[in-house]
Design a protein around this ligand. Structure first.
Ligand code: PMM
Length: 288
């Protein structure tokens, strides 16, 4: 046994999507209440922070307008923050980021890394909160047409480095930046696996690293029969979305071993379990 101290566990970021398909039964107030209640549950289950988002980024998804996004997320962020819960706001819009930080959000999580809204870099500089810079090439409607790389790990690292330079140039403190390889965004399943296998290269940049693989499609195709005609798993053969949490937890364990700062997940208990097991193993092996 070593006395080097406890193994570092990544933070657990619980996902709270405030979109009509997630909490849609009642009117506006009922939706807000249900979302806040779900946020509380995520924290009770072990989430360190709750990531509130009002716009779906599923491949092919259409955009929502800004007023609607604000209407969805601001009351939820405000209510959770008022209870002392740490909240990040998942948005590509500077005005949404500013409004949510104004009511208590402590992190801005931008899947476009500040590319989608030209005002975002300057806004983040003035808000002075941590900013998640995810690798992104285009909005959801077209992003899967852009899944082409010479070497996905090298290319994603280089494109993220470009974003970091632009953000720092706009006045953002580099210590505030968190890098995210953007699993599932303009990526094939093979690209996602290559990125996950190379997380240590992202960690080696010295920045904090966030991993968001939870329930994504590539986890639905693991171990499923490949259609010989297309070389892919047919949509009806994919593991259903709610049956991808064990696979997600395995990715969480791998992310911990690679030194990730945080993982973004829907099912918090499975990831907490995965971290407990990984911690026990690493402690027994004397690794830190
Ligand atoms: N993925 C989604 C949404 N937001 N944010 C970060 N930083 N990283 C991600 O991988 C990410 C994200 C899409 O997933 P969802 O629709 O299941 O929330």
């Amino acid at each position: 046994m070593s006395d080097a101290g406890p193994v570092r566990r990544p933070l657990v970021m619980g996902i709270l999507n405030v979109t009509p398909d997630s909490f849609s039964d009642g009117g506006e107030h009922a939706t807000t209440e249900a979302a806040v209640e779900h946020g509380r549950r995520l924290v009770a289950q072990g989430a360190d922070l709750v990531d509130v988002g009002g716009e779906s980024t599923r491949p092919g998804a259409a955009r929502v307008d800004e007023a609607e996004e604000l209407r969805r997320v601001v009351p939820v962020v405000e209510a959770l923050a008022a209870e002392g819960i740490k909240v990040s706001i998942d948005t590509t819009r500077a005005r949404v980021a500013r409004a949510c930080v104004g009511v208590g959000a402590g992190i801005v999580n931008d899947v476009s890394g500040g590319l989608a809204d030209p005002v975002m870099p300057g806004t983040v500089a003035s808000l002075d909160v941590p900013f998640v810079v995810m690798h992104w090439r285009a909005h959801s409607a077209t992003m899967q047409n852009l899944a082409e790389y010479d070497d996905v790990v090298t290319d994603v690292l280089a494109e993220l480095d470009g974003r970091v330079r632009a953000l720092v140039g706009a006045g953002v403190d580099p210590a505030r930046l968190v890098l995210d390889p953007g699993i599932g965004f303009s990526k094939t399943a093979e690209h996602n696996w290559q990125l996950l296998a190379a997380l240590d290269r992202f960690v080696a940049t010295g920045s904090r690293v966030l991993v968001g693989a939870s329930r994504k499609r590539f986890l639905g195709s693991v171990g499923r029969p490949v259609d010989p005609a297309t070389g892919e798993v047919a949509p009806h053969d994919l593991r259903p979305v709610d049956a991808r949490d064990v696979a997600t937890a395995v990715v969480s364990a791998a992310s911990m071993r690679a030194g990730a700062w945080a993982v973004r997940v829907h099912d918090v208990p499975a990831t907490v379990d995965a971290f407990d097991v990984t911690q026990a193993l690493l402690t027994a092996s004397g690794a830190r």
